[in-house]
Structures are given as structure tokens and as C-alpha cells.
Design a protein around this ligand. Structure first.
Ligand code: HEC
Ligand code: HEC
Length: 415
């Protein structure tokens, strides 16, 4: 920092002189101007030379510094090589590894805050300040009102949902201790910028999260002094884990080892019930295509496919396999129901977007399409490209043979 002005001053000098020259040019005679230009040029050159000289001497000084630093580094390295090969210092304990942590290092790790307030630093912050800090650092993911954006966690609300199948667990509805909020935010948020908040900012944010959960009013200020007075909704919602006493006895009886089944046979796989969407990069086992024993691996005499009504059964079979990619969202066959996509019975030949009770996108409902081989193939190749605005989140079937096969299959379920 201190070095730059030395370089800048001569440079400014040159600029000043050149500006002066421009002014002079407009008023003097040409000869006089020429002489002046020469003089000024010479002056400028001189100044530049001086500047480079300054630079050179600075560089020289830096070189000396760097040399000294290098020597020091070499000495340190030599010492550490020695300590690696030499006997471990006594202080390093039984294993001869590492060293005792410094008090500063322990302090940097020791940031946990306990429910009774132990560990809290002194500080304070109010709801309104918290609202601002939250808008700056947290709202992009957690929403302005801590309601959560997209799939980012919701931090407020969800009261009375804990007994539901799909409870909304938030700081308000679920967390039993305020200390966890302070600790969590201070330790790990904002996501990607952990531990950049000041203690007062954390107090303010926690106050704001309390406010978002209707636990305090707008004027509230949270501090290390009133911290333990805040009551959380779900403080009493947790029970002591008594499984060791209650359940362990039930499970620790002698297991029955009689009348056991002789052989274990795998009858179904997760891939068959479409727990995991099937895709072409998947291992064959996951696609349910694994051949399990040597006998089955032997080439089987495939009967010549018999064309039935012009459709090749092998193609339909292949299509049924491809349909596993669709089955996470679509059902076909008896009693097929709408899932996240509409059921696809008798889809071929039908107007698009007309399955009852299914909520289509506007794009699909208003497409005016009829599903024939051509429209279906184009849609399946690139759903969003073919029908802009469709809500079918599927990247498409890249292979023509897959499209042909699945269309044959859809036809087979379209009587
Ligand atoms: C870039 C997105 C992002 C930002 C910005 C962000 N968070 Fe988070 N936050 C997350 C994610 C992701 C999780 C879940 C982390 C996990 O479960 O491991 C989370 C979890 C939380 C949780 C725990 C929620 C729960 O119920 O488990 C709290 C509290 C929280 N964040 C507060 C904050 C605060 C306060 C800020 C601002 C200082 C902030 N976050 C900024 C993404 C973000
Ligand atoms: C991630 C879920 C998902 C997957 C996977 C998926 N779809 Fe869809 N599909 C949808 C949704 C949602 C719609 C409704 C689209 C709309 O309304 O814009 C839809 C609509 C359709 C339609 C139009 C139905 C009608 O009534 O007009 C057809 C045809 C279709 N999908 C076929 C397929 C096929 C074939 C596959 C597999 C190759 C597949 N989809 C994979 C979700 C999916």
C-alpha cells in the first residue's frame, strides 16, 4: 500500500504536464510549440526514468526480503524433517503424534450453546434488526417470512402438524430449545458462509425467527440476559428414550431357530415397484434385468416373434421395459389411477389433456393435440421442447427404438 504513491506521483506529474501542453498548443506559434513539445517530452521521459528507478530499487528491496523469507522457510522445513525422523517429543503422548491444541484453537471449536444458556456470548439484537439481517442473508433460501423458498427448509409455522403423516417440523413447531437455534445459525448459516455473522446479528436473527413463529412481539429484543426466559412451543414434546428398559426386554428373548425356511428366494425387487425411477445409466441389477443363475444365462431358444395385428410382441415387451421409466408417474392397466402424471390407458388416438380429474398444465390442456404415433414420438423425444410449458418433468427418450417400443406398448394397452 505505502509503495504505490511513490509510483503514482511521477505518473500524475506526466499527466499534468501533458494537459498543460494541450492548453499551450492552442495559443502559441508553431515553432515555439515545437520546442516546448520537445522539452516536455524530455521532461516526461526523465520523470518516467525516475519512476522506473524507484520501481527498481523497490524490487531490489523486495528481493532481499524474499530471499530472507526463503531462507527461513528452508530452515523450518529442515527442522520439521528432523522432527519427523527424530524421536517424538515427550509432550506428544503415547502415539507420538500431533501436539497439544492451543487454547485459541480449542476456543474456536468450542462454540456450542446449551439449553440453560451456557456458552452464550454477551450480546443483543431486536426483531426489526433481525428482519433486515434475515432479508440480506437468509431470505433467498428461507423466504422473507421464514416460510422457505422451494425446497429449502421452512423455519416458521407448521403448528399442530406433528401428529400428521407429513409433519412440518420448524423451529416453531418442533424445536424444543432456543439454544439450538442460536447455536445452529451461529455455527452453520448462512449456508456456504458459515460463521460470518456477528454475535449481535445472530441474536437479532433468532429474535426475528421467534417473531415469525408468533413467539414474541415486534418490540422484542433478545439478549444473553433474557435468553432462557423464552418458552418454546414444543419444549415438552420430547420424551426420555426408555427403549432400553421397555423394548429391549421384548427383543432380547431367545430367537426361535426351528422350522426355518430352507431356501431363500428373491421374488421381487425394489426396481419392480418403482421405488427408484429407472434410467439407462443404471446398473442392470437395478433395472431388474440381472440374470441370476448360470442356467438362465445359457442362450435360450427365442421363439420367432409372431406378428399379431401387425404389432411385434417382442417390441411390446421391450416397450413394457421402457415404460418403467414412466411408471414413477404413470399407471396403465386394470384400475390404473392418476399419480403425478395421468393414467395412460387407451391414450393412443385420444385428445391430449383429457383424462378426468387430472390437473393438466395449461399447455397440455390447451394443446389441441391428438396422440398418434407422430405426436407421441415427438413429445416423448423431448417433452418440454415439443410442448413448451408442459409439467411433465421427464428429460425424454433419446433413442428412437425406445420411443417406438413404448408407443407399441401404449397401443397394446389402448384397446
Ligand atoms: C443458500 C441457501 C441458504 C441460505 C442463504 C441460508 N440457509 Fe439456512 N438452511 C439451508 C439448508 C440447505 C438447510 C438444511 C441444512 C441441512 O439439513 O443440513 C438450512 C437449515 C437451516 C436451519 C435449520 C432448519 C431445520 O429445521 O432443520 C435454520 C434454523 C437455518 N437454516 C437458518 C438460516 C439463517 C438464520 C440464515 C441466514 C443467516 C440461513 N439459514 C441462510 C439453506 C440456506
Ligand atoms: C416425473 C413424472 C413423469 C414421468 C417420468 C413421465 N411422465 Fe408423462 N406426464 C407427466 C405429467 C405430470 C403429465 C401431465 C403433463 C401436463 O399436464 O403438462 C404427463 C403427461 C403425459 C402424457 C399426456 C397424457 C394425456 O392425457 O394427454 C403422455 C402421453 C405421457 N405423459 C407419456 C409418458 C411416457 C410414455 C413416459 C415414459 C417414457 C412418461 N410420460 C414419463 C409426468 C411424467
Amino acid at each position: 500500500m505505502s509503495k504505490s504513491p511513490n509510483i503514482m506521483l511521477p505518473a500524475l506529474g506526466v499527466t499534468g504536464i501533458v494537459l498543460g501542453l494541450a492548453y499551450g498548443l492552442s495559443t502559441r506559434t508553431y515553432k515555439a510549440q515545437e520546442a516546448e513539445v520537445a522539452e516536455v517530452t524530455a521532461q516526461a521521459a526523465l520523470i518516467r526514468a525516475e519512476a522506473s528507478e524507484t520501481k527498481v530499487s523497490m524490487l531490489e528491496a523486495r528481493l532481499v526480503e524474499v530471499q530472507a523469507e526463503a531462507e527461513e522457510a528452508i530452515a523450518v522445513a529442515a527442522a520439521s524433517v528432523q522432527s519427523l525422523t527424530g524421536p517424538a517429543p515427550v509432550a506428544n503422548g503415547a502415539l507420538g503424534l500431533g501436539r497439544a491444541a492451543l487454547p485459541e484453537e480449542i476456543a474456536a471449536w468450542d462454540v456450542d450453546i446449551l439449553p440453560d444458556g451456557r456458552g452464550l456470548p454477551e450480546g443483543r439484537g431486536d426483531v426489526l434488526t433481525g428482519e433486515e439481517v434475515f432479508a440480506d442473508y437468509c431470505a433467498s433460501c428461507h423466504g422473507d417470512f421464514a416460510e422457505g423458498v422451494d425446497n429449502w427448509p421452512v423455519l416458521a409455522g407448521g403448528f399442530d402438524t406433528l401428529a400428521d403423516v407429513d409433519p412440518v417440523k420448524t423451529v416453531g413447531s418442533y424445536w424444543p430449545y432456543l439454544s439450538t437455534v442460536w447455536d445452529y445459525v451461529h455455527r452453520s448459516m448462512p449456508f456456504g458462509g458459515a460463521q460470518t455473522l456477528t454475535d449481535d446479528e445472530v441474536y437479532a436473527i433468532v429474535a426475528y425467527i421467534l417473531y415469525s413463529n408468533d413467539l414474541v412481539d415486534e418490540e422484542f429484543e433478545l439478549s444473553h440476559e433474557n435468553f432462557t426466559e423464552v418458552a418454546m412451543y414444543n419444549t415438552d414434546g420430547f420424551v426420555i428414550d426408555d427403549r432400553a428398559a421397555v423394548e429391549y426386554a421384548a427383543w432380547s428373548a431367545e430367537p426361535c431357530m426351528e422350522n426355518c425356511k430352507q431356501a431363500v428366494e428373491i421374488t421381487r425387487r425394489a426396481s419392480m415397484v418403482n421405488v427408484t425411477p429407472v434410467d439407462e445409466f443404471m446398473h442392470p441389477v437395478m433395472r431388474g434385468e440381472m440374470v441370476h443363475d448360470a442356467a438362465a444365462k445359457a442362450p435360450v431358444e427365442e421363439p420367432e416373434p409372431v406378428a399379431e395385428g401387425g404389432v411385434d410382441p417382442a417390441l411390446i415387451a421391450a416397450g413394457e421395459k421402457v415404460f418403467k421409466k414412466c411408471a414413477a408417474c404413470h399407471e396403465v392397466g386394470d384400475g390404473a389411477k392418476n399419480k403425478s402424471g395421468p393414467q395412460l390407458n387407451a391414450i393412443m388416438g385420444r385428445a391430449a389433456g383429457t383424462v378426468e380429474k387430472f390437473r393438466y398444465s395449461k399447455a397440455m390442456a390447451g394443446s389441441g393435440l391428438t396422440w398418434d404415433e407422430e405426436t407421441m414420438a415427438s413429445f416423448l423425444e423431448n417433452p418440454k421442447g415439443f410442448l413448451k410449458g408442459t409439467k411433465m418433468s421427464f428429460r425424454g427418450l433419446a433413442k428412437e427404438e425406445d420411443r417406438a417400443a413404448v408407443i407399441a406398448y401404449l397401443k397394446s394397452v389402448s384397446p
